[in-house]
Ligand binder design. Structure first.
Ligand SMILES: Cc1cc2nc3c(=O)[nH]c(=O)nc-3n(C[C@H](O)[C@H](O)[C@H](O)COP(=O)(O)OP(=O)(O)OC[C@H]3O[C@@H](n4cnc5c(N)ncnc54)[C@H](O)[C@@H]3O)c2cc1C
Length: 401
C-alpha cells in the first residue's frame, strides 16, 4: 500500500493546480493518480496537422483573478500567450450574426428583425409574468418565441439532449443580460448594445495548443504524478483507491460515477452518485480554411450534427478548423482525426444541486473532498477551477499534521 498525506484523484487542471499549490505551501507529501497517459484532462492538446489541437473542445483563457494569471504564467510565461478580442458568431437564417443574439438581431433582414422584436415584446419577462419552472418555458419567457425556436432550444438540444425539461433553470441566470431596450437600441443604431458574454478578451498560447500549460505543470510534479492508472474502486472508510493507494485525505476531481465501486457509501449516496448526468462530445479536425473572421461559430440548425466550429486559423498559427458534436449525434465519418470526450458537460438537472450537496457532505465526513468540474459537478471553466484549487490548498495545508 502506497501511503500519502494528500491523495489527489485526476490530473486535469483541478488536480494539477491543487498539487502545485500544496507544494507551494511546503506540502510535499502528495500523489496524483490519473487514468490517461498524459495530464491536462479536458484541456489537453495533441499535435494535429503541424499545430496544437484542443481535443476537449475550444479552450480560451479568460481569467478574472490576477493570482490565477500569475500562477499559470509560471508554467507558460505571459509573453508566450496571444491576446484576442472575442469574435463569436451564430449561423442563423442563412447569415452569420454576432453573439449574444439579442444584441445582434440588427444584423438580420428587416422583416426578421421586426418579427424577433415583436416576439421579445410578447415575452413573459417583458410583460412581467412570473418566472416559469421548466427549462423550455423559461427560454420562451426570457427571450420570446423567435429566439427560443430558431436558436436557444435547437442549440441546447444539440448540446444537452432532446428532453430539455430534465434541466433546471437555476443556472440560466448566468446568461448574458440584454434588456428589451438594449435590443431595440441595437436595432435602431445598427450596433450591438450589451455587455459581452464570457471570454470578451481571452488569451491563447502563441505556439501551442491550450494543453501546453497543463503539460508543463504536470511535468513539474515529477514522480508524484502517476499516469495510466484508472481509478475503479474507492473504499471511503479507509480512504483507499484501487486497493493500493491510501490518503490521509483524498481530493477527488474525477467524475464520481466514473468510479465503478464505492465501498462504505450507503444506498442513498450511491444512488445520488448514479443520478448525476453528463454529456460526451467528439471533436473532429478539418484542414480547410473557412471564410469567416470569427474564432468560433454556433450552429443551431438541427440538420447539422455539430453544434460549434472552432476556427483554428483565426486564433493561432495552425490551419483548419474543428467541430464539436455531442457524441450521440456524431455520425463517425471523420475527415480528419477525431477525439471522444466521455465526460464533457456536467448536466444541470433539476435535482443536481440537492444530490451533489448530499454526496459532498457525506464524503467530507470521511475526509474525502470534491473539487473541480466533476468533483463539484459544475460548469466551471479552467480559470475558476484553478482559483478553487488554490483556495482548497490554502484550507487543507496545515489542516492535518
Ligand atoms: C467543449 C468545452 C469547451 C470548454 N471551453 C473552455 C474555455 O474556453 N475556457 C476554459 O477555461 N474552460 C473551458 N472548458 C472547461 C474546462 O475544460 C474545464 O474547466 C477543466 O477541464 C476542468 O478541469 P478538471 O480538472 O476539473 O476536469 P477535467 O479536465 O475533466 O479533468 C479530470 C481528470 O480526471 C481524469 N479521470 C477521469 N476518470 C478517471 C478515472 N476513473 N481514474 C483516473 N482518472 C480519471 C481525466 O482523465 C482527467 O484528466 C471547456 C469545456 C468543454 C467541454
Amino acid at each position: 500500500m502506497k501511503k500519502t498525506k494528500y491523495l489527489i484523484l485526476g490530473a486535469g487542471p483541478a488536480g494539477l493546480c491543487l498539487a502545485a499549490s500544496l507544494r507551494d505551501r511546503g506540502e510535499e507529501d502528495f500523489l496524483i493518480v490519473e487514468k490517461e497517459a498524459e495530464p491536462g484532462g479536458l484541456c489537453r492538446s495533441r499535435d494535429v496537422d503541424g499545430f496544437g489541437f484542443d481535443i476537449g473542445g475550444g479552450h480560451f483563457l479568460d481569467t478574472r483573478k490576477a493570482e490565477v494569471d500569475r500562477f499559470l504564467f509560471r508554467f507558460l510565461p505571459e509573453e508566450e500567450w496571444e491576446s484576442f478580442e472575442r469574435d463569436s458568431r451564430i449561423s442563423i437564417l442563412g447569415k452569420e450574426i454576432g453573439s449574444p443574439i439579442e444584441a445582434n438581431i440588427w444584423q438580420l433582414d428587416i422583416e426578421d428583425q421586426i418579427s424577433y422584436i415583436k416576439a421579445i415584446a410578447e415575452a413573459g419577462c417583458v410583460k412581467g409574468t412570473p418566472k416559469p419552472e421548466l427549462f423550455t418555458d423559461w427560454i420562451y419567457w426570457k427571450l420570446g418565441g423567435r429566439i427560443a425556436e430558431d436558436y436557444m432550444l435547437p442549440y441546447n438540444r444539440k448540446m444537452f439532449g432532446d428532453d430539455l425539461d430534465v434541466l433546471g433553470t437555476y443556472w440560466l441566470e448566468k446568461l448574458p443580460e440584454v434588456s428589451f431596450e438594449d435590443t431595440l437600441r441595437s436595432c435602431l443604431t445598427g450596433k450591438a448594445v450589451a455587455k459581452q458574454p464570457g471570454h470578451a478578451h481571452f488569451l491563447y498560447p502563441k505556439d501551442y495548443g491550450y494543453g501546453e500549460v497543463w503539460k508543463r505543470l504536470g511535468n513539474s510534479l515529477g514522480d508524484r504524478l502517476i499516469l495510466s492508472e484508472n481509478i475503479e474502486a474507492l473504499d471511503v472508510d479507509n480512504r483507499v483507491v484501487n486497493g493500493k493507494y491510501q490518503g490521509e485525505l483524498i481530493i477527488n476531481t474525477v467524475p464520481w460515477p466514473a468510479i465503478k465501486e464505492i465501498e462504505g457509501a450507503d444506498g442513498e449516496i450511491v444512488s445520488a452518485i448514479r443520478s448525476l448526468k453528463h454529456t460526451a462530445i467528439v471533436t473532429e479536425y478539418h484542414p480547410d480554411k473557412l471564410e469567416t473572421a470569427a474564432q468560433w461559430v454556433y450552429y443551431p440548425d438541427p440538420g447539422l450534427a455539430y453544434h460549434r466550429i472552432l476556427v483554428r486559423h483565426n486564433f493561432c498559427r495552425g490551419r483548419g478548423y474543428w467541430t464539436e458534436t455531442r457524441a450521440e449525434r456524431y455520425e463517425g465519418v471523420a475527415a480528419g482525426p477525431a477525439f471522444m470526450n466521455e465526460y464533457a458537460y456536467p448536466l444541470n438537472t433539476i435535482d443536481k444541486p440537492a444530490q451533489i450537496e448530499k454526496i459532498l457532505k457525506f464524503m467530507e465526513k470521511k475526509g474525502i473532498y470534491g473539487l473541480g468540474r466533476w468533483g463539484e459537478w459544475q460548469h466551471y471553466n479552467s480559470d475558476v477551477v484553478v482559483e478553487r484549487a488554490m483556495g482548497m490548498a490554502q484550507n487543507l495545508a496545515g489542516a492535518i499534521t
